[in-house]
Ligand binder design. Sequence first.
Ligand SMILES: Cc1ncc(COP(=O)(O)O)c(C=O)c1O
Length: 372
Amino acid sequence: MAGKSIQDLSTPAFTVDLVKVKKNAHVMLEQFRELGVQLRPHMKTHKTLECADIMTAGTRRCIVVSTLAEAFFYADHGFDDILYAYPLPFDKVARCADLSERLTLFHVLVDNSAALEELKKWPLKKGKNWHLWLKLDCANGRAGVPHSEPAALQLAEAISESPGVELTGVYAHCGNTYSCCGEEEIKAVAQETTTFTLKFMEKLQANGIHCSKSSIGSTPSCSHPIPDMALLSEVHPGNYVFYDVQQSMIGSCKLEDVAVRVITRVIGHYPHRNQLLVDCGWTGLSLDSGGRLPTGYAIIEGHPDLKLLSMTQEHGRIEPILPGKLDYEKFPLGSLLSLIPYHACATAAMHPVYFIHSNGVVVDTWTPTRGW
Ligand SMILES: Cc1ncc(COP(=O)(O)O)c(C=O)c1O
């Protein structure tokens, strides 16, 4: 495979520009090294060993995962200090105990007292304690105890008073940066999340509850860090290593920073409806954008006049955005188009293998882990 041009790949193919990945990872590492904050990159976007090595600068330490499949995959390959940043599912406690006993540091996340009680039923062997992070909801509105409610402090107290359990950190994910438009709005949400989290840390201290770490983050907020983030101990972005059209629209990056593409092939001409057909359906791209972009479900690189109008499982329909006849000579049957995905995490999840290239020449293949 190595040495092949990406033009010669069997389609649809998920390609990753290694130069851009390394640059995106480097910028994030440097930015937080300068701020004096630990970067704990999230693995959910790519789920591969190779990209994890790039994001951790080869340390294989201090990562976040969203599934236990990822946690085991990384643990089995020598990674350690892994935070499973997902509200603890009770069916997975035994496997979490296994990882806690195997690794130097394996962290789990809770946002309710029932989860704490469940963990207490599984005391760890080898004299180990469970490392718990309390998930705080700082206006994101998904998981987490609302930061200002007494329940948050009560849960922290209950954790700190429980034998066999340690309150290691407080975790707030500012997913609400995804409804921002531009740097200023992103920074306002990052400031709010940082302030709420730091205030909660002060509250813990004032109540004599020991907790050493605080972490916030998302790709938009960590792409434009605010000075107060230096007061946190960690940040946990993930998507930035690939970026995507969505991130460029939010203002996290420029479109040229996006490292991933789906290469697709023209497989049909239909002049009677002014459309062409490509071999990328939703199994190659995902339906994540809902087709709401002016260019449909993706951006068709080099063809701002075209729209990926709709997809079925294995087919994609393309037509011109403006009235006028499609010039089929420009898109012969068998020719390739390059789609810039709206949401890299969703698109990567559709592919069993990624083709890694440098200047269009395949240099490697990466195989992600899958499942839960
Ligand atoms: C809990 C949690 N932490 C961190 C991240 C990383 O954020 P991003 O994808 O914006 O980089 C996510 C992403 O969904 C998340 O759900």
